[in-house]
Design a protein around this ligand. Structure first.
Ligand code: NAD
Ligand code: DAU
Length: 378
């Protein structure tokens, strides 16, 4: 089991990263404690430049208890740095200042449709940003093939989209050849290759995970589930791409983060692990479930909502089906999915209905005022 003392989390103000930080500090984001604590005793340094998708407010409770709210500096365990991962000198400063021994790299441009509209930031952040982190880690840790270390680790968070698109049968395994189709998945595939190259060429201790579609609290309302819940409340159309028959494998965000935590502690250096929900749904069927739950929770009329389903032009290069074989992480690390889809979806619908302020702030950019108020520029 690795000792994780000073953990640099990139993209910790985004959806999965903020849930990861809450999980490590033993806080449930759904309001219902679903899982055991991680028993993490180290420090977290959250590096996030707060793009449209990052919201510092999400970590307010963590900051109060473990960050700036902790008056004894020697006991402080949470730090936030508003820094772009492409900024090498700032990343070098952070490694030195906090003596980083572990990196958990979530930061990315994450939305496929945005990558189709404008790939450039995806190339910058997902490829050049990952390279910058890898290279600074290699130098700071002083590793090489002749000087291996087992007390430091770089964990890279990736996606099942790097494997391309499946037909009606079969699963992606860790040895499936990469076949990305969108600018987003291509940029993630490039970053995965860089991570493996730093392991083979420079002996950087790395692990890598490729996960399916996450859902849960604090997801930006451009992704399917929170977008649909929001549109239902605002009586807007529910845009279904094409026939709505594309299939995604859905995993509750905390199940993903528990898998990451297991890899950090016990994953084998140089290995990649697939993480999946074993929970495949056609988009249109998932939407039916969401409509049923939202109608029940709000008292809205189910068939009124259904009448707003609108089939729109398909996403170009729309991958038909993703499905993960996660035998490896189950057998080697003892991971299993704990959240049922029924319970997870209900928690997610309730969270989205009960957190309109968070949603309005992140959509309006109002949270940036909070950043200005709380973090003075260096
Ligand atoms: P997100 O878009 O919600 O959050 C991304 C975070 O990264 C934001 O806080 C943003 O401000 C930050 N960021 C972006 N560019 C940055 C930069 N240049 N420097 C510093 N910070 C920057 O994304 P997410 O859904 O939480 O995804 C997190 C990671 O998980 C990504 O690497 C993504 O590829 C991967 N992933 C996501 C899913 C999913 O279903 N959402 C599934 C599998 C893998
Ligand atoms: O598989 C993992 C990936 O899952 C992650 O790597 C990405 O970061 C994450 O965004 C997600 O990608 P998807 O493209 O699968 O997620 P999205 O929520 O955008 O779309 C899910 C499905 O719903 C997809 O088939 C497209 C469809 N869709 C999406 C939107 C936003 C619609 O039909 N209508 C919509 O309005």
């Amino acid at each position: 089991m690795r000792k994780l003392k000073n953990v640099l989390v990139t993209g910790g103000a985004g959806f999965i990263g903020s849930n990861f930080i809450h999980y490590l500090f033993g806080k449930s984001t759904s309001g219902e404690k679903a899982f055991e604590d991680a028993n993490f005793s180290g420090r977290i340094i959250n590096v996030d430049c707060l793009t449209y998708a990052g919201n510092g407010e999400t970590l307010e409770d963590i900051d109060k208890t473990f960050g700036s709210g902790e008056k004894d500096p020697s006991k402080r365990r949470y730090f936030f740095e508003k820094v772009n991962i492409c900024d090498r000198s700032e990343i070098e400063r952070i490694f030195k200042q906090y003596d980083i021994d572990t990196v958990v790299h979530f930061a990315a441009e994450s939305h496929v449709d945005r990558s189709i509209l404008g790939p450039e930031t995806f190339i910058k952040t997902n490829i050049f940003g990952t390279y910058t982190l890898l290279d600074v880690a290699r130098n700071y840790w002083g590793v090489s093939l002749d000087n291996p270390r087992d007390d430091v680790l770089f964990h890279h968070i990736s996606t099942d989209e790097v494997y391309g698109s499946l037909g009606p049968t079969g699963y992606f395994t860790e040895t499936t050849a990469y076949d990305p189709r969108s600018p987003y998945s291509s940029s993630k595939a490039s970053s995965d290759h860089l991570v493996m190259a730093y392991y083979h060429t420079y002996g950087l201790p790395i692990t890598l995970s490729n996960c399916t579609n996450n859902y849960g609290p604090y997801q930006f309302p451009e992704k399917l589930i929170p977008l649909m819940i929001l549109n239902m409340q605002e009586k807007k159309n529910l845009p279904v791409y094409g026939e709505g028959k594309n299939i995604r494998d859905w995993i509750y965000v905390e199940d993903h983060n528990r898998a990451v935590w297991l890899i950090l502690n016990n994953g084998k250096t140089g290995e990649k692990y697939n993480i999946g929900g074993e929970n495949e749904w056609q988009n249109i069927t998932l939407l039916d479930k969401l409509i049923e739950l939202t109608a029940k929770e709000t008292g809205m009329n189910e068939s009124d909502i259904k009448s707003t389903i609108t089939h729109v032009k398909d996403r170009p290069g729309h991958d038909q089906r993703y499905a993960i074989d996660c035998t490896k992480i189950k057998t080697e690390l003892g991971w299993e999915r704990k959240m049922s889809f029924e319970q997870g979806l209900l928690l997610t619908v309730k969270w989205n209905l009960n957190n309109k302020d968070w949603i309005n702030h992140i959509l309006s950019g109002e949270y940036l005022n909070w950043v200005e108020k709380n973090y003075s520029k260096r």
